[in-house]
Design a binder for this molecule. Structure first.
Ligand SMILES: Cc1ncc(COP(=O)(O)O)c(C=O)c1O
Length: 326
């Protein structure tokens, strides 16, 4: 265990299962595909952020906070899982969401409300500024705020994913399967930085490959390096992976963040129709679209064993019903 010395709550159903994807492997006529089911972490409809929140909410409670604040897109999975984690622990939750209130409240936003979150619309204001202002509002009425950064990607969120690598390597030993590559959606960088740092600390020899969903390669690349350095300190690790091991694929950005195109639609339908597993239009659909194009370009070889890390996001499907049915 890498995080034994940190306060941690048990919020998720962990370990999440790994299993082969025979139908998808057949459909792609390429690698031997497996999946890790972080869509099944349980709390609040699941997803990768539940792992991060086990450490983040533990710190909030250790500091005596009564309100957690975070920010995201209107269909943010991170915001929804934060709202659920707050509800579960008897904390209030304030969410700053990009833009203005939509006419139809659906998908993750609907769930934010069910979990009792207080949703505030940020327009195009910078999130750090808006969160600081909301924190003052909480303090002003005698409360104790705890700010969770965008995507839950600070040292604690990253540490949770280093620990997730301990979990994966244990499962891969038990299943007697060695993965050549682990592939997933990368956005605020914590998942990527944590998996890569964990892989380095544990001597995993395969590749850790992030499919970038909303950033230029350089920007996110630097964020991941910074997160690994800071988290290594927190976890008392004496080295970080070399920069060349930060593998980020930015060829799948399409028309931009959260704009679903044909590759994402095809990937969602392919996973649903071959495996009965749901992806989302923003993150996992784009990550699988990246995988599919790498198989078609023969960048992923036939005999390769590849693990697709499902990071959740299914509730956002309902906000894309028209495009999905087109
Ligand atoms: C479904 C899903 N997958 C992947 C990610 C990316 O994780 P990270 O922000 O740690 O890069 C997110 C982040 O919001 C997400 O909601």
């Amino acid at each position: 265990m890498l995080v034994d010395h940190l306060p941690r709550l048990s919020l998720g159903f962990l370990p999440t299962p790994i299993h082969p994807l025979p139908g998808l492997s057949r459909a792609l006529m390429g690698p031997d595909l497996w999946i890790k089911r972080d869509d099944q972490t349980g709390l609040g409809a699941g997803g990768n952020k539940v792992r991060k929140l086990e450490l983040l909410i533990a710190e909030a409670m250790a500091q005596g906070a009564d309100t957690v604040l975070t920010a995201g897109a209107p269909q943010s999975n991170h915001a929804r899982q934060t709202a659920a984690a707050a509800a579960r622990n008897g904390l209030a939750c304030l969410l700053a969401l990009r833009g203005k209130a939509p006419e139809v409240v659906t998908g993750n936003l609907l769930l934010d409300h069910l979990f009792g979150a207080d949703v505030r619309w940020a327009g195009d204001r910078p999130f750090p500024e808006m969160l600081a202002e909301l924190a003052e509002e909480v303090s002003g009425r005698g409360g104790k705020p705890y700010i969770i950064p965008y995507g839950g990607s600070n040292e604690l969120g990253t540490a949770a994913f280093a620990e997730a690598m301990v979990e994966l390597l244990q499962q891969s030993r038990e299943a007697s399967v060695e993965f050549d590559r682990v592939l997933f959606a990368s956005s605020s960088g914590g998942t990527h930085a944590g998996l890569l740092l964990g892989a380095h600390a544990l001597g995993y020899r395969g590749q850790i490959v992030g499919i970038s969903v909303d950033k230029t390669e350089t920007g996110l690349h630097d964020v991941i390096l910074r997160l690994m350095t800071r988290t290594a300190r927190l976890l008392r690790l004496d080295s970080v992976p070399p920069e060349r091991e930060v593998l980020l694929d930015n060829r799948c950005l399409g028309a931009g963040y959260a704009i679903m195109g044909e590759p994402e639609r095809e990937a969602i339908l392919m996973m649903a129709s071959t495996e009965g597993i749901l992806l989302d239009p923003v993150y996992t659909g784009r990550a699988l679209a990246g995988l599919v194009s790498m198989v078609r370009n023969e960048e992923i070889g036939k005999g390769e064993k590849l693990l697709f890390w499902h990071t959740g996001g299914m509730p956002a499907l309902f906000a894309y019903n028209r495009q999905l049915m087109a």
